[in-house]
Write a protein that binds this ligand. Structure first.
Ligand code: RUQ
Ligand code: CUA
Length: 653
């Protein structure tokens, strides 16, 4: 066994070395005659628009970034799990509750896998979901406002990595734990992990009209590491597949101890069966604590509710619902082809890809052909479920996406390449290097029944010499390949922000027409909104002062306030009265212990200021909104705590 470990480590080390020098001389042929041809393919002329939206996870930025394809132009960063001073998300009083958790205010997370809502297995462009990996959470983002509307925390989870994937009618967003933990959490010796920790798989239902999330149930699985997952679709709709590693249940020196078993599992979960079981009263109610945060587009405010209970399901109590498919070499990626027939497990310590057949799996289940069990969950025989193997010739396969012509594309981290192969015949059709060390890849619609197989984006982990150096840290690098022909063609490089793990792409025509232009002022239900400037006012309630402020080019009403005292808590509730597309106003106050705000047309946002020093202090608009933007400013007079300067304010004339 020892020898095997050394072999694996040696293999990894030499392969890593290869990565860092072997590919350096490839420059993608940028000086060749082909280059101008490629330039045309990615060139989106000034005033023209892109063909696709690409939503990239921000990884450790905690956010989602929005790009255009093929241009690689960055359109927006959508704040999700991280405070974002550019808009005031997580700083404004209205959005702070979005980042509330059972651990208190958590202003950051590690965002991994975005997935767009679907109807009948096709992208419908209503919402995009993404997981917070570190403090387990799932977020729902509106694709009409491009704002985060909801975040739900996941109890009993840790390292929320096999998340957030959508079933084909957006019935559920599914999340699996990467790190198994004691459930319920308790003080116990770490080396008693084996047999005692649990891996929770969470099924969060989605209300079809509003998108509201509800943690329907959690499956309490054996204490493995649930790495990635994907839904069944078409014939396999109703099932969900999760890769596992560390079926050894090691708790230390994981890089060695969790690679002992030649095969780990893909867990096949019949979620329809379990949802039925729960609906009929099955499962156990468990006391726990998790936050559910919802943003209301009409009050422009979020609320956070602490939930106290979750339904847990012991998989052995629902016979026929969960099975293990042996899969070689610590599988990472778990991908299902557009037909729903093939489940691809990429053993990251392997060269070959393992493809399981859904039909064969069902036949083996019906024939009760089991090869033992793990913690009461039947294990199917590898040979009985195997559809085929792709002899890739690459090293370190991670993730697979699909086009609309029956081809699959797999990334290889160690050998730094994308390999194209044929579903059904398993033959390798093409391979192209990536620069360097690719993680995920994305084809718009590639995780649905209907991929749009024109481009694949490779998301690389290492950038090195692709761009001008920017000190020790480089932004990660995405590479765009044209896959419309038989051979993939590398046509463009562009930097990405944070660390994109997965991404989701969608044709622009499915989203752009629905994109919201303004919030209607007459629809503003914010309790502190002022819908016309003459309603602006300043109200003192003890030490709290509420400023009901309005903005319109290029004026704050009120713009002079006196009678504020050191030690007050001043809330600026600012309503933007513009009803024109793309005219936000900003607000910033000197010495304020928070960020500026950016207020969209028709919206109200609140900024808290606790004045600490006597004086006359200016505030101003941070967004260049008109030729008189520099004039968009005002003053607050701050007097000593015991002063009797009366509260006054100017409404202008
Ligand atoms: S993965 S480390 Cu999506 Cu390959 Cu997260
Ligand atoms: Cu409003 Cu600048």
């Amino acid at each position: 066994m020892k020898k095997y470990n050394y072999f694996i480590s040696a293999l990894m080390v030499s392969a890593l070395l290869l990565t860092s020098c072997g590919n350096q001389n490839g420059n993608g042929g940028s000086n060749s005659a082909l280059a101008s041809n490629n330039a045309e393919k990615v060139y989106v002329a000034p005033g023209e628009q892109d063909e696709f939206y690409a939503f990239m996870s921000g990884g450790y930025s905690g956010n989602i970034t929005v790009y255009g394809l093929p241009s690689g132009r960055l359109f927006k960063e959508i704040p999700v799990f991280s405070q974002f001073p550019t808009s005031g998300y997580g700083y404004s009083e209205e959005t702070k509750p979005m980042l509330n958790t059972s651990f208190g205010f958590v202003p950051w997370d590690d965002a991994h896998h975005p997935d767009i809502s679907q109807t009948n297995g096709e992208l419908d462009g209503r919402w995009i979901f993404i997981n917070g990996n570190n403090t387990p959470r799932i977020a729902r983002v509106s694709l009409s406002t491009f704002e985060t509307e909801e975040i739900i925390e996941l109890p009993n989870s840790a390292g929320n990595h096999s998340s957030s994937f959508i079933t084909e009618n957006t019935e559920y967003v599914v999340a699996g734990t990467r790190f198994s933990v004691p459930v319920p959490q308790r003080d116990m010796p770490i080396n008693e992990y084996k047999g005692n920790f649990k891996g929770a798989l969470s099924f969060i239902s989605i209300a079809p009209d509003t998108g509201r999330l509800n943690l329907d149930f959690q499956m309490m699985m054996p204490g493995f590491n649930y790495d990635l997952s994907h839904p069944g679709r078409g014939k396999s709709h109703g099932w969900f597949f999760f890769t596992t590693y560390n079926t050894e249940e090691a708790n230390s020196l994981m890089e060695v101890n969790s690679s002992q078993n030649d095969k780990d599992f893909i867990a096949a979960v019949n979620w329809k069966m379990i949802a039925e079981y729960v609906k009929n009263g099955g499962g156990t109610k468990m006391a726990t604590e998790y936050a559910h945060n919802v943003y209301d587009e009409h009050t422009h405010s979020a609320t956070s509710t602490m939930k106290k209970e979750v339904i847990t399901v012991d998989p052995t109590k629902v016979p026929g619902a969960v099975f293990f498919l042996p899969t070689p070499k610590s599988p990472h990626g778990c991908d299902v082809d557009p037909s729903g027939q093939y489940i691809i497990g990429n053993g990251k310590l392997s060269a070959d890809l393992t493809i399981h057949s859904f039909d064969k799996m069902i036949a083996a289940i019906e024939g009760k052909k089991f090869d033992g069990e793990a913690y009461g969950i039947p294990i199917l025989k590898f040979e009985d479920v195997l559809a085929g193997t792709v002899k890739s010739g690459g090293l370190g396969p991670l993730h697979t996406e699909f086009d609309d012509k029956g081809n699959a594309y797999t990334t290889f981290f160690i050998s730094s390449e994308v390999v194209k192969w044929k579903l059904g015949t398993w033959e390798v059709l093409d391979r192209q290097p990536t620069f360097y060390s690719v993680g995920h890849l994305m084809i718009p619609g590639g995780n649905s029944r209907k991929p749009f197989g024109k481009y694949v984006v490779a998301m690389n982990k290492i950038t090195k010499d692709r761009y001008l150096p920017t000190g020790p840290e480089m932004e990660h690098s995405a590479q765009l390949y044209d896959i419309s022909g038989d051979k993939m063609e590398l046509i463009y490089d562009f930097p990405t922000h944070g660390e994109p793990h997965y991404a989701a792409g969608i044709p622009a025509e499915l989203l752009a027409p629905k994109s919201k232009k303004i919030y209607r002022l007459d629809d503003n239900k914010h309790p502190f909104a002022v819908t016309s400037p003459d309603q602006a006012k300043v109200v003192r309630e003890g030490k709290e002062v509420h400023v009901y402020m309005s903005t319109i080019r290029s004026h704050f009403t009120p713009d002079n306030i006196e009678g504020i005292k050191v030690g007050d808590k001043v809330y600026f509730h600012i309503t933007n009265h513009e009803q024109d597309f793309d005219v936000p106003h900003g607000f910033a106050m000197i010495g304020q212990n928070t960020s500026e705000l950016l207020i969209m047309p028709g919206q109200t946002k609140t900024s808290l200021w606790e004045p600490k020093k006597v004086g006359v202090w200016p505030f101003y608009c941070t967004d260049f909104c008109s030729a008189l933007h520099q004039e968009m400013q005002g003053y607050v007079r701050v007097s000593p705590a015991d002063s009797d300067v009366p509260l006054t304010y100017t409404l202008g004339e």
